[in-house]
Structures are given as C-alpha cells and as structure tokens.
Design a protein around this ligand. Sequence first.
Ligand SMILES: NC(=O)c1ccc[n+]([C@@H]2O[C@H](COP(=O)([O-])OP(=O)(O)OC[C@H]3O[C@@H](n4cnc5c(N)ncnc54)[C@H](OP(=O)(O)O)[C@@H]3O)[C@@H](O)[C@H]2O)c1
Length: 242
Amino acid sequence: MKVMILGATGATGRLVVNALLQQGHTVIAQVRNTETLNALYPGHGDRLIQLKGTVLSLGDGELSKVIHSVDGIICCLGHNLTMKGMYGAPHMLVTDSLQRIITLTDHNRSQPLKLVLMNSSGVVNHSQNETVPFTQRMVLNLLRVLVPPHLDNERAALYLMQTCTDLPHIEWVTVRPDSLIDSNAVSDYECHPSPIRSAIFNAGKVSRINVANFMGQLMCEPVLWDHWKGKTPVMYNQSSVT
Ligand SMILES: NC(=O)c1ccc[n+]([C@@H]2O[C@H](COP(=O)([O-])OP(=O)(O)OC[C@H]3O[C@@H](n4cnc5c(N)ncnc54)[C@H](OP(=O)(O)O)[C@@H]3O)[C@@H](O)[C@H]2O)c1
C-alpha cells in the first residue's frame, strides 16, 4: 500500500513510518524538516518519500496529487507542548488540516480514501451515548478554554463524524489512545468502543509503539478496517485493563 503520514517526525508519527516500512509498504511522510527521518530510517529508497511542508502550507495542486496517489492517510499531528505550540497559530492545526485533506480528495477515486485520525481518550463520542460524570465534565469544560489543543482534538473528531460519515469517497477511524508512554517494543493492547476508565481521573496507559502498530494494521488489514470503520476505538495497554 501507499500511505501518507501527517506529522511523520512526531513521537508517534515516526513509529508509524517505521511500522509501515517494515511491512513493505510505501510511505509519504509529511514533515517540516527532512533530517529526522533521514537519520532514523536511511536506505529505504523510493519507499520513503518525504513531503516537506505542512498540509496548511502546501499548494492545492501538489497536495491533491499526493492525496490522489495514496490508499490512506494517518494523521499523527499534534500541537507541540510549548507556549507557541499550544497557544500560537494554527490554533486548529488538526481540524484545519483534516478539512483541507477532505476538501481536496477527489470524489471519483477508484477506492475510498482511508483516513485514520490519532485523537485522545479525553474526547467524548456523544453518538455512542458515552456518559461523563459531572466533575469530569467540569474539567473538560476548563480544558476546552485553557488548553486549545484539547478543543482542536474535539473538533477534529466531530468533523470526521459529522462530515465524512456519508461521503462515499472517504472512510475513517478515529483512534483514541489513553495516556501515551514510550516503549521499545509492541506489547499486548486492547481497543474498546468507548472508554473503560476515566480519561481524566483514572487514566490508563498505552505505548506509542502500540498505537502506531494498531494504526498501521488498520490501514493494511481489511477485516480490521471493516470492524472499526466509522468508529472511535479507545486504546489501552493490556496492563491498564486487567
Ligand atoms: N500525550 C498524551 O498522553 C496523549 C494522549 C492521547 C492522545 N494524544 C494526542 O496524540 C497526538 C500525537 O501525539 P504525539 O505525542 O505523537 O505528538 P508529537 O510528538 O508532539 O507530534 C506532533 C506532530 O505534529 C507536528 N506539528 C506540530 N505543530 C505543527 C504545525 N504548526 N504545523 C505542522 N505540523 C505540526 C509536529 O511536527 P515537528 O516534528 O516538525 O515538530 C509533529 O510531527 C496529539 O494530537 C495528541 O493530542 C496525546
């Protein structure tokens, strides 16, 4: 397959790049600097293509051509955890990037574009009747005001759910990891349709490498894709479930 990764130099994005390369796929990595992936994954020839720029800065023509050439896109974008990254422009980095991708996707594609959004367990899927206790609702209201990236994650998830559900040329999965940690190897993990513990007061853990593994598998395994298509799985390491 040919898959575009947005935010390919990020902590999770780079692991998705590696997972797909290891499985023999071709990766188009959207990056702001090309040195990181050159250093991490040398020698992949034409199977690792770096697209320098951002979804919000590339021209319509160039971006449409890339979207047209890929089977799917995995969005690992996130605001850098600095004052500028959290409070500076673009305030809606993830939502605006998704909107641009979807607007530029050809309606007459031979196969629907597969879109995977890396989101957060703190985002509630109201269409699943997920209930949020009062105190957690209060904290989420505060986060929405004080931490713009949280609002961006909420809007991005809602955008996919509301805009893309009936589009024949786009299919999507929004992956909601619980608190992210770093590990060297893939371990056992579970995906649930809705949170099984409070994302705010009792968060579990999930390794970025497990999230990368799951998102890569979603893209490449049709049965898994059909199972989660149009859904918002929440991810935990097995150790956070038992
Ligand atoms: N931390 C947690 O516990 C947690 C839990 C669940 C979900 N999440 C969500 O998971 C997502 C990814 O997490 P992560 O830790 O892998 O993120 P990360 O390491 O911060 O990576 C973010 C990526 O976004 C890119 N980016 C940042 N600002 C940009 C801008 N203005 N324009 C274009 N690209 C920009 C970065 O590019 P550069 O590499 O060039 O900086 C990087 O590739 C985030 O949306 C986060 O909210 C986090």
